[in-house]
Write a protein that binds this ligand. Structure first.
Ligand SMILES: [Zn+2]
Length: 170
């Protein structure tokens, strides 16, 4: 039996056949996903590699340009998620990198991620302590901490302040 070497990055689909992988990407994900050959590192839909010297140079230059373009944003994101547990951090960064490279302007995808994740960073950082102390999975610790805050006097106090401000404006 042949091995399922092609793996979709967007779902759990696996197949030994390149043609099946390409059909899956087109039909299921509208072409916005990749199927990776785990043995070779190549994509199921990879363009044939060019042989002419000038085209090879151009190809290399474009590859360098794209990575140079995303590296600053990516490092910013890396810094932000440094408190994530190792596996979670690696999965998140790796998935974001692939998602960004499926886009016309990869750095914009990464910058969007930064915007959405920025507010979550303090709670994730602090939840690590709860997770270790109470032997909870991190996502559970995050929920626990959010619940705790919603029911805290600090929350009531802030809510009252915000409502007062809102009433003054109206
Ligand atoms: Zn898929």
């Amino acid at each position: 039996m042949s091995e399922n070497v092609y793996e979709c990055n967007s779902c759990l689909y696996k197949t030994p056949r390149r043609t099946n992988a390409n059909r899956h990407i087109t039909l299921i994900h509208n072409g916005i996903a990749i199927a990776l050959n785990k043995k070779t590192g190549k994509l199921s839909s990879q363009k044939p590699i060019t042989n002419h010297k000038s085209e090879v140079d151009l190809e290399t230059q474009i590859i360098y340009d794209i990575f140079n373009d995303i590296v600053t944003s990516f490092e910013r994101l890396e810094f932000l998620v440094r408190f994530f547990p190792e596996q979670m951090r690696v999965n998140f960064l790796s998935d974001t990198l692939i998602e960004s490279l499926l886009n016309t302007e990869p750095h914009k995808v990464i910058n969007e991620k930064i915007k959405t994740i920025q507010n979550e960073i303090p709670i994730v950082k602090l939840s690590n302590y709860i997770s270790a102390r109470k032997k909870l999975e991190l996502p559970v610790a995050i929920v626990f901490l959010k619940e705790l805050v919603v029911n805290s006097p600090a929350y009531e106090f802030r809510k009252a302040q915000k409502e007062k401000k809102y009433q003054l404006k109206v």
